[in-house]
Design a protein around this ligand. Sequence first.
Ligand code: G1P
Length: 292
Amino acid sequence: MKGLILAAGYGTRFLPITKTIPKEMLPLGTRPALDFVIREFIESGIRDIVIVNSRRKKTLEDYFDREPETEEFFFRNGMESHLRKIQPPDAQLYFVRQQLMNGPGAAVLLVREILGGEPCVLAFPDDLHIGSPPLTRQLLDVHAQTGNAVLALEARPAEEDISRYGVAAVRADTDPLQVTQLVEKPARGTEPSRLISIGRYVLTPEVFAMLSAEQDQHAHGEFYLTPALNRLAQSGRLSGCLYTGERLDTGQPLGYYQAAVRVFLDDPANGPAFLRFLQTVVAERSEGPDAG
Ligand code: G1P
């Protein structure tokens, strides 16, 4: 199965850095955020990966390419560990440019032929998953059981505002969960459940057909996947995967900071010292005049 990553967005929440550095290239430790999603795919058995980017994001392609001169230098000087660090991932990457940023539905249709009428896993790279099994693997298991398109679902507490997500209604007592409706960005108080859909999907060829059918009605503005997914939901062909593990939204500054701290703490060489530093900072802030 192929993987698809939509990475053409503007990254306005991270201006001004995103004037020149795509948000997918913002570092989490020594690796760009996008690298973590590529690894999630590879750990889930996906090695053909299509990345939709834009003309402002040339560094994405460069990052995943080989660096023959640098490799040669490291090789000649016996710098094995450096050599290992710059190896591209063990996957075949295909880059496609989206010329107009008119939503995920349009981006998926753009690469429909490349996906070859097969099911695929779609990732929005803002959503970083931490945990085992990898999120993509969990979705693929639900797809293997049902043959359906699959949403990654997460239960959020009643007091939280979830109006910036797609929110799923599910049929009670189904396992895997059967999704009956997906409401895109419901106003507060109108949510069909507390189950938000996050940026991982298994898309089936039916989704591509239904996106084509919907396309003309969305000639202006953002063309979301949601209307096509709802058509599947109505015929019982959409499943939900209430996944395990932690998700961080690196598309928002707060989620990005949180993800970065997690990655820093996991660094075997510097993590323990960084933890002591954090503890000192927390203690200082707790004692400060604004504490409490
Ligand atoms: C998209 C989807 C939405 C989903 C969200 C997850 O919205 O349309 O259903 O909940 O991603 O991040 P966007 O964030 O692109 O507006």
